[in-house]
Design a protein around this ligand. Structure first.
Ligand code: ARG
Length: 462
């Protein structure tokens, strides 16, 4: 056997006779993107070092030197003074290498009882936990802005649609609160993803823990985790928490996309329900009159990549044997890209809502006509007519009215009686969109008192 040989500039090359090909290095490195985790990596290392001193695997003095060194590395990265090189492979090695340059030999004690496999799981969990606070606040802010706009539109009458055909009148407030419900569920899903992330994996080592007497609970407490992982193989190969975030984000983007699609439709001349604020619209390079809803279109389009990120992550996981595999390195860009798409989508749509100008007249006009036909059928039901029979009578009435272009506010009791003898004089007061909405105050209905109750309740949850 030959004596010790060092391949210069790499912490791990003891096992190798020749240097790695630069293009292999470039292809396999995660440093270009995982440097985004540097704060979490360093915070995790500091807790690890404190624990090593606590269980006397290193001295208090060494721990202090390491912690001080790690903080210097953090400051260098923050100040943009850190020299990143793909030769370091990833952020974990980059930090450790620089720590060695700053504090000397003691740096070689940092990685005691730890692997990059449990370290990277720790970093990503810390990162997601923190980012999810921001995501949850952004979701809450959007809901708050939606609620405020809804508050102003309790009496704004509009058609509710099914099959994109005018169906029954509702209020704009009721329509807006539908989104508040969706984003409320999204917020709960983000909170559950956060709880999934807050389980501490360090101590799993590469896959099978360590012989050293580490104290995992101490690290978990120091970092604010709610639990520690219970199986070392699972701990290094589990990315469920990332999938849960990606899935929650995918559904939230789907909700944002539907909302944006509606605003796009409503802002068209054909609907004319809403005027987009200039600050949120774009022009056309050729057609001088155009005002385009680009922001909304791009939220709708970028939903595709967030759905793709979930799919990509699931596909990475589906064929993996236990425990750690390098495939898992692909998790980070999926998570980062999702955050970078979701966050501005939440922020910008939240800012947009208070600036939308609704055309109350146009909305009310569209809600008129025979959209209240269902109410008439239900009136007949209250007079003892079986629903299917009532449906047929009012159906004939609506067909004739469409042919003769008779609006509900113009129809007479005599005309109504031709379709059913059960129509009485009190039915005439029901023949407006406002009356129609007022009459539907069941829980979850669009009636103003039902909507006000829900609005007040939702306000309390914010
Ligand atoms: N760069 C790796 C990742 O992002 C860190 C863990 C690498 N572990 C290993 N044995 N190659 O997942």
């Amino acid at each position: 056997m030959k004596g010790p040989q060092q391949t210069k500039g790499n912490l791990l090359r003891g096992r190798f006779a020749r240097a790695r090909l630069p293009e292999v290095e470039a292809f396999t490195a995660s440093l270009p993107f995982d440097r985004r985790l540097f704060r979490h990596d360093i915070r995790g290392s500091i807790s690890h070092v404190r624990m090593l001193a606590k269980v006397r695997l290193i001295s208090r003095a060494d721990a202090a030197r390491l912690e001080k060194g790690l903080r210097s590395v953090e400051r260098e990265i923050e100040a943009g003074r850190f020299h990143f090189s793909v030769a370091d492979e990833d952020i974990h090695m980059a930090v450790e290498r620089r720590l060695g340059e700053l504090v000397g030999n003691v740096a070689s004690k940092l990685h005691t009882g730890r692997s990059r496999n449990d370290q990277v799981a720790l970093d990503l969990r810390l990162f997601l936990n923190e980012e999810l606070n921001t995501v949850i606040s952004a979701t809450r802010r959007l809901r708050k802005n939606l609620l405020e706009v809804a508050q102003d539109h309790l009496d704004t009458v509009m058609p509710g649609y099914t099959h994109l055909q005018r169906a029954q009148p509702v209020s704009l407030a009721h329509h807006i609160l539908a989104y508040v419900e969706m984003f409320g569920r999204d917020q709960e899903r983000f909170a559950r993803a956060q709880a999934a992330a807050r389980v501490m994996p360090l101590g799993a080592g590469a896959l099978a823990a360590t012989t050293l007497p580490i104290d995992r609970g101490a690290v978990a407490r120091d970092l604010g985790f709610r639990a520690i992982t219970e199986n070392s193989l699972d701990a290094v190969s589990d990315r469920d928490f990332a999938v849960e975030f990606l899935a929650a984000a995918a559904l939230c983007m789907v909700h944002l996309s539907r909302m944006c699609e509606e605003i796009i439709l409503w802002s068209s001349a054909e609907f004319g329900f809403v005027v987009l604020p200039d600050e949120f619209s774009s022009g056309s390079s050729m057609m001088p009159q155009k005002k385009n809803p680009d922001l909304l279109e791009l939220v709708r389009a970028k939903t595709g990549r967030v759905l793709g990120n979930l799919q990509a992550m699931l596909v990475v996981l589906k064929g993996l044997p236990l425990a750690y595999n390098s495939d898992l390195q692909e998790d980070k860009e999926r998570v980062f890209d999702t955050l970078d798409t979701l966050m501005p989508a939440l922020d910008l749509t939240a800012k947009l809502w208070p600036k939308l100008r609704f055309e109350r007249q146009a909305m009310r006009a569209a809600a008129g006509g025979w959209a209240l036909a269902t109410d008439l059928a239900e009136y007949l039901v209250r007079r003892g007519v079986p629903f299917r029979a009532a449906h047929e009578s009012v159906g004939r009435l609506a067909r004739d009215a469409a042919i003769d272009r008779v609006e509900p506010d113009k129809i007479t009791l005599d005309q109504l009686k031709r379709y059913s003898p059960h129509f009485g004089p009190e039915v005439l007061a029901m023949l407006s969109a406002d009356a129609s909405i007022r009459a539907r105050n069941v829980i979850g209905g669009p009636g103003p008192s039902a909507v006000k109750r829900r609005l007040a309740r939702l306000k309390k949850t914010l």
